[in-house]
Design a protein around this ligand. Structure first.
Ligand SMILES: [Zn+2]
Length: 312
């Protein structure tokens, strides 16, 4: 990927393909986000991971500490921060006017909580790698993330993840096979729809797949059957990611996300293929909209054909 040095300020916006889709899917995605936040925290209670990070309001801190104490989990504040306003690809710098949240770590071990304090105060490059290890991310993904963000300074991991393991040095379009594991699909993370808490190293990462399956199973145990079914559905749909001049566009059958990416002079695209397409997804001539199978009547059954027979 040919990249320029300029980096745009961070943003993420969503545009729906129709008002019907907005009304239907906005609440579904919000409920997936809410469920995921709970699943992430509960993954520590159920020993799937040794720690989980979160940002909570200062006013909620004491009640959350009490809630998780029942499970033997410590909620340790690490630093003051802004409450997350959806996905951003970098930490929001503090501004006095905005409401302040607090970054916390959920863990069962006091020793680990102390280790978190040490790691959180390290320089960003050292911190990212250690944070990945403490959060129980697969080693392949932690290494890959550190290489592309800390060493090569990528702001968007989509391209490095998509080309991992492929020989596409000069390519500008990558196809991701339909049968890659749903759990390792990172193309919905701007909308908070995911089955792993990290960015997988590739669309075929088996370790991410294993972790994602455990997280989904926990979600179902916690009563989020519907949210998990929807998550699997959304993550299996065709999606196109493209990058041009620092702007990423992520087209799904139901909406389009615009966000910051690495500044490139040419367009780069990734097309995640799929065996399915939602019935209410948009149809069109460009990917992924051209994946919608429209029912075409045989010409001999059309009204105009039958009328033409009457005339002769
Ligand atoms: Zn991996």
């Amino acid at each position: 990927m040919k990249r320029l040095h300029t980096v745009l300020p961070d943003w993420t916006r969503v545009q729906w393909t129709s008002i019907e889709n907005k009304n239907k899917y906005e609440p579904i995605i919000a409920s997936i986000n809410k469920a995921w936040q709970h699943i992430e925290r509960m993954s520590v209670v159920h020993d799937i991971r040794t720690s989980a990070l979160g940002i909570i309001k200062i006013s909620e801190l004491s009640s959350i500490i009490d809630e998780y104490a029942k499970y033997g989990v410590i909620v340790a504040p690490l630093a003051k921060e802004y409450p997350s306003q959806g996905y951003t690809s970098s930490t929001v710098p503090p501004k006095q006017k905005d409401p302040i949240g607090v970054r916390v770590v959920f863990t069962k071990s006091e020793k680990l909580a102390d280790e978190w304090f040490r790691v959180w105060n390290l320089h960003a490059s050292a911190r990212d790698r250690e944070v990945g290890i403490l959060l129980g991310y697969p080693t392949c993904c932690t290494k890959h993330y550190a290489e592309y963000t800390n060493q090569q300074h990528f702001v968007d991991m989509t391209w490095p993840v998509s080309i991992n393991g492929l020989s596409v040095a000069d390519e500008t379009l990558v196809h991701i096979k339909a049968d890659t594991p749903v759990e390792s699909n990172m193309l919905w993370h701007w909308q908070g729809v995911r089955l792993v808490p990290h960015i997988p190293c590739s669309f075929d990462c088996q370790e991410s797949m294993e972790l994602g399956k455990k997280m989904a199973e926990l979600g179902r145990t916690l009563g989020y059957e519907t949210e998990m079914d929807w998550t699997y559905d959304l993550l299996s749909w065709p999606v196109e990611w493209s990058a041009l001049h620092g702007i990423a566009e992520i087209r799904t059958p139901i909406n389009k996300i615009s966000s910051r990416t690495d500044m490139t002079p040419h367009k780069y695209s990734v097309q995640k293929q799929s065996h399915t397409y939602p019935e209410d997804g948009m149809s069109g001539i460009a990917y992924p909209y051209n994946q919608k199978k429209t029912k075409v009547k045989p010409i001999t059954q059309t009204k105009s054909f039958l009328t033409s027979l009457e005339d002769t």
